[in-house]
Design a protein around this ligand. Sequence first.
Ligand code: PLP
Length: 379
Amino acid sequence: MMDVKKFEGIETPFYYYDKALLQETLAAIKAELSKHEGYHLHYAIKANANIDVLRVIQQAGFGVDAVSGGEIQRALDAGFAADKIVYAGVGKADWEINLGLDAGIFCFNVESLEELGIINELAAAKGKTARVCFRINPNVGAHTHANITTGLAENKFGIAMDDMETAIKAALEKKNIEFIGLHFHIGSQILEMGDFEGLCRRINELQDRLEAQGITVKNLNVGGGLGIAYDDPDGKPIPDFKKYFDTYTAGLQLRQGQQMHFELGRAVVGQMGSLITKVLYVKHAQVKQFCIVDAGMSDLIRPALYGAHHVIQNITSQEPQEKYDVVGPICESSDVFGKDEMLPACHRGDLIALRSAGAYGEIMACQYNCRKLPKAYLM
Ligand SMILES: *Cc1c(COP(=O)(O)O)cnc(C)c1O
């Protein structure tokens, strides 16, 4: 259980980031990566771009996976080396491509032939060469929420496997493009290793096909997507990185000297974060008891957006448990963090922790209802 004393005097709601857990998680990843030759991690910065968090990740020696110019800039500001930044996204604007070119990022993960043409033009105008990987849509499903699958033919991401050869040939002909590899990302919050095994089989097929045409691939980037135990933040604070990396090692037929790249986001930062909020009112309605807290969907949107559930703890009260719907102050019926939650009896002023909120929490906060953005503390 969290110690409420350390939160004394801090204005709620706020994100609390557990620095020790972040460091242990990074160490666990490093330990696993070091067992494999040529494996690299690019932290998916969109999960949490808090500058203090980024500095810790940067110091651990990892790179960054960015999906916008703003993220590239944030990564540079946090001290990440440009040659460890990869950049994906279906809609890269010219200024974003130019920023990547000027910084000298490791690679653009290209999602269409049109985009390849524009990158080539912009690179030519600067007298530079852009390194590119093609993002392939492997048409592999993932056992996760429909809004966070990305590798199906119906999703907007990537280039279809059948258009691969055409795309690579186009890249090889362009003067200001260096083709360096393939990129994939099938979705998020994936806990079944079978989904990643499915991706490995697709990659093996593809590599055989390309090899038959004399095309070699230096880098394979398999994206991110490893999930966390939202239902058990205290029991499983660190994801099973061994199982994750070993799945790829067993499933992929890697070629000589091939480099492997991973883009984990949620698995790196999810469990270290909690949204700390205060009970404003306890309302006894006819059929329900509502615990009304000062955080809302503007601070943590995952429950409203994906129907996600975060473990809710009253870290102040030790009284016998009662049943509550835990809700925020925002004028939307979907501003609900949990229904029929059993919590120690709640009173005005109690602190409530919404756990596993380190990923896609603070970064998705907005100012709906003209609210303040939540602050965050790494401690
Ligand atoms: C979001 C994203 C990731 C990270 O996903 P997680 O589920 O947080 O690991 C990796 N790569 C790309 C291209 C992404 O868009």
